[in-house]
Every structure is written in structure tokens, then in C-alpha cells.
Design a protein around this ligand. Structure first.
Ligand SMILES: Cc1cc2nc3c(=O)[nH]c(=O)nc-3n(C[C@H](O)[C@H](O)[C@H](O)COP(=O)(O)OP(=O)(O)OC[C@H]3O[C@@H](n4cnc5c(N)ncnc54)[C@H](O)[C@@H]3O)c2cc1C
Length: 373
């Protein structure tokens, strides 16, 4: 069996890349995924994700403008459903933390982000106290990504575009001559391969020395009373502490209560093939955070969920041809912020495979940032 384009990984990035390869006319396209669609062992499950323009770096602010302006609307049009649910995003933290860098980046690009004083912010977002803020960034281009719906919509597109699906097949090895992948039961050849393997990426490229650190995360869900919890009444939020980041989302259809978590890195890489349990310490940090920052008691946690980050040292994505074989392109290291950019990074990866460059200006202007180091 031989495809023109083969994608490894059925997370948001693999599915978006396969979709963009089909749209670009680079078929036949195949996709290999070790688990079943909808599995919860990687990074792309769960009901919701944050979207925002507020980033600490102008390149990501510009990428988000392209993602919100073109990439998501194209995907929504094909899936036939609303996937981005616009709402408010708020970002705050102590004035000597990283907030100034975020403010500078959004101001430089002219993103739809306004500055509020803490008292203005308390009036607009009464669920929050902002005890340590001098100013609050109000991202008017923020909102909720309907993540589970996005994933099921993309799987439906795979069927519609006739992508050859190899499900429940774990790739053991990528071979260069002939270009192919070997699973336990088959060898699949292709003219070009894009690998979006999430936390398994380091295992597929052990010799490449990519600085990738898979880090298990645990998010919690709470249902405080006395405030409106649901989107769009409750914002998406990120607290930019001096050392740590916490974030959260409103209640949303399919998601019981508000979501909140400690944004974590791992001192030592975690192994995605090992069984996992919820991380009690991180849930406690999120609970403490909510108790300090919400204007009402969060109450007891109602549920929790594990998920994987794959961090690079700078939290920049890897969107890069394989250094020794440009017929292989790698999308990895999405560092806990890759979902909202999936339809756009999928386009970049598809273009890199077949053109060696991308038509996304924000990417090409800063391409070295995304190379394998
Ligand atoms: C708790 C949490 C909260 C997050 N919040 C946000 C947010 O608010 N906003 C945002 O933008 N992003 C967020 N992210 C990040 C975002 O979800 C990830 O960046 C994104 O899902 C990464 O997708 P991926 O496709 O690269 O990886 P994955 O979803 O992990 O997909 C990789 C796929 O490859 C398959 N695979 C791997 N190895 C093999 C193999 N050898 N053979 C066959 N198949 C293989 C895996 O089974 C998996 O399905 C969050 C992540 C987590 C964990």
C-alpha cells in the first residue's frame, strides 16, 4: 500500500494536517493512529480549550490573527458547525510578572485586547477579585474552542475526503528507504510523511535530540454557586504569576462546571506509555488558586481529567522538516497551547511537506523559531 501523503497521529494536529493535505490536492492521504478515535490517552481530548490572541510574543499574536480570521472559519465551513465560541478572555498577574511582555506583544500587533484597571475588571467580571493585579488585559478575541466537537468533526472529514485510516496501529519505526512506516502488522509506504505524535514524538525519533519533555497534566472541574458559570457569562482566563501560570474556562455544554488547572512543566519527562492517575498536588494548587482569586468559594471539586503536554524549553512549537530527510515533516512540542492553532499549523505542516515552505507569513517571517534544535 502506498500513499502520496501519510500522517502519523490522530490528535488535533494530525487530523488538521490530513485535512489540509486533502484540500491542497496532496492525496491520496493515509493516517495512522495507535488508538481509536476519541481516545483520552493523548493531548486532544476533553470538551473545551481556550482561544485567545494574548501571547507574550508577536509571532504567536499574528498566528492567532490568521487562525481566527481564516483557518478556523474554513474548518467550521467544512464541518458545518460553529467550533469557536467568541467570548471574553482575561489575563492578569503581579506587575513584576510576565504580564508586561504580553501587553507589549498585543499592543505591537494591534490585537483586540484592552487594558482594564482592577476595579473596572471587577465590575465587568464580578466572579474574580484580581487581588494581585495592577492592570488586567481584556482579550475581546478570546473564547472557547469546542474541542470535542472539533475532533469529531475532523474525524468525519477524514471519512468524507476518503483518507485511508489505519486505526489501532502503533508505528514501531519510520524507515527511509523506501520511505515507510512499520506497525506490528503492516508496512505503509508514502512519498511524504508528517508526524504529529504528541508526547510519543521523542520515542519515534530517538536519535534526533529534539528537546521535548512530555508532562502529564491534571485539570479539575468545580461548580461554585452564586455566580454565572456558563459561557459567555464567565470568561476564559489565564493568571500569569511570577513563576507559575494557572488558567481556566467557563462551563460549556458537555462540560460540568468551570475548568481550572495549574499549567505545569515536568522536571523529568513523563512516559505516555505508563498508566496515569490524577495528580493530587496540581489539583490542590488549582483549588487554592480559585479560593484566593474567585469572589465566591469554589466549593469541592466535582471531577478531574488527565492530559499530556509535550513541552519544548521555550514553549515554541516544532514545525520542521526532518534534518536528514525533507520527505518527513515533524509537528511536535505544542507545549500546552497548540489546540487553538491546529487548523493553521496543519496548513503549515502540509505546505512544508510538499512545497518546503509555507504561505503563512507569520510563520515564514520567524521560521527559525520553529526548527528542530
Ligand atoms: C490539560 C490541557 C489543557 C490544554 N489547554 C489548551 C488550551 O486551552 N488551548 C490550547 O490551544 N491548547 C491547549 N492544550 C494543548 C493542546 O491540547 C495540545 O497542544 C494539542 O492537543 C496537541 O495535539 P497533537 O495532535 O500534537 O498531540 P496528541 O493529541 O497527543 O496526538 C498525538 C496522536 O498521535 C498518536 N500516536 C503517537 N505515537 C504513535 C505511534 N507510534 N503510532 C501511531 N499513533 C501514534 C497518539 O495516539 C495521539 O492520538 C491543552 C493541553 C492539555 C493537556
Amino acid at each position: 500500500m502506498k500513499y502520496r501523503s501519510l500522517v502519523v497521529g490522530g490528535g488535533i494536529n494530525g487530523l488538521c494536517t490530513a485535512w489540509q493535505l486533502c484540500r491542497g490536492g496532496f492525496g491520496p492521504v493515509g493516517l495512522v493512529e495507535q488508538f481509536a478515535p476519541g481516545h483520552n490517552r493523548g493531548s486532544s481530548h476533553g470538551t473545551t480549550r481556550i482561544t485567545r490572541s494574548t501571547y507574550a510574543d508577536v509571532t504567536y499574536v499574528r498566528l492567532m490573527q490568521e487562525a481566527h480570521g481564516r483557518a478556523w472559519p474554513s474548518l467550521e465551513a467544512e464541518v458545518g458547525q460553529q467550533l469557536i465560541h467568541p467570548g471574553d478572555g482575561i489575563f492578569w498577574g503581579p506587575p513584576d510578572g510576565p504580564i508586561a511582555t504580553y501587553k507589549a506583544a498585543v499592543e505591537q500587533v494591534g490585537a483586540a485586547v484592552d487594558l482594564l484597571s482592577p476595579s473596572q475588571a471587577r465590575r465587568k467580571f464580578p466572579a474574580f477579585r484580581f487581588p494581585d493585579a495592577k492592570e488586567v488585559l481584556w482579550d475581546r478575541s478570546g473564547g472557547v474552542v469546542a474541542a470535542a466537537q472539533t475532533m469529531s468533526g475532523l474525524w468525519a472529514l477524514m471519512q468524507r475526503w476518503g483518507v485511508g485510516l489505519h486505526l489501532g496501529q502503533k508505528i514501531q519505526e519510520i524507515q527511509h528507504d523506501p520511505l515507510s512506516v512499520r506497525t506490528e502488522s503492516e508496512v505503509i509506504e508514502a512519498e511524504g510523511i508528517v508526524v504529529c505524535a504528541g508526547p510519543w514524538a521523542p520515542k519515534l525519533f530517538p536519535g534526533l535530540g529534539m528537546s521535548l519533555s512530555p508532562a502529564l497534566q491534571t485539570v479539575g472541574y468545580w461548580q461554585p454557586t452564586g455566580i454565572r458559570l456558563e459561557h459567555p457569562h464567565f470568561p476564559v482566563w489565564v493568571h500569569l504569576g511570577r513563576e507559575h501560570v494557572h488558567y481556566g474556562l467557563p462551563a460549556f455544554p458537555g462540560q460540568p462546571g468551570i475548568k481550572a488547572a495549574f499549567h505545569g512543566t515536568a522536571e523529568h519527562p513523563d512516559d505516555p506509555d505508563q498508566p496515569t492517575t490524577p495528580q493530587a498536588l496540581r489539583l490542590e494548587l488549582a483549588q487554592n488558586f480559585l479560593e484566593q482569586q474567585l469572589s465566591v468559594s469554589p466549593g469541592a471539586r466535582i471531577s478531574e481529567e488527565n492530559c499530556w503536554y509535550t513541552n519544548t524549553p521555550t514553549e515554541d512549537f516544532i514545525l520542521s522538516p526532518h534534518p536528514a530527510d525533507p520527505r518527513i515533516v515533524i509537528g511536535a512540542g505544542f507545549s500546552g497551547h497548540g489546540f487553538k492553532l491546529g487548523p493553521l499549523t496543519g496548513r503549515i505542516l502540509a505546505e512544508l511537506l510538499w512545497r518546503g515552505e509555507s504561505s503563512v507569513a507569520a510563520f515564514t517571517q520567524d521560521r527559525d523559531r520553529f526548527r528542530i534544535r
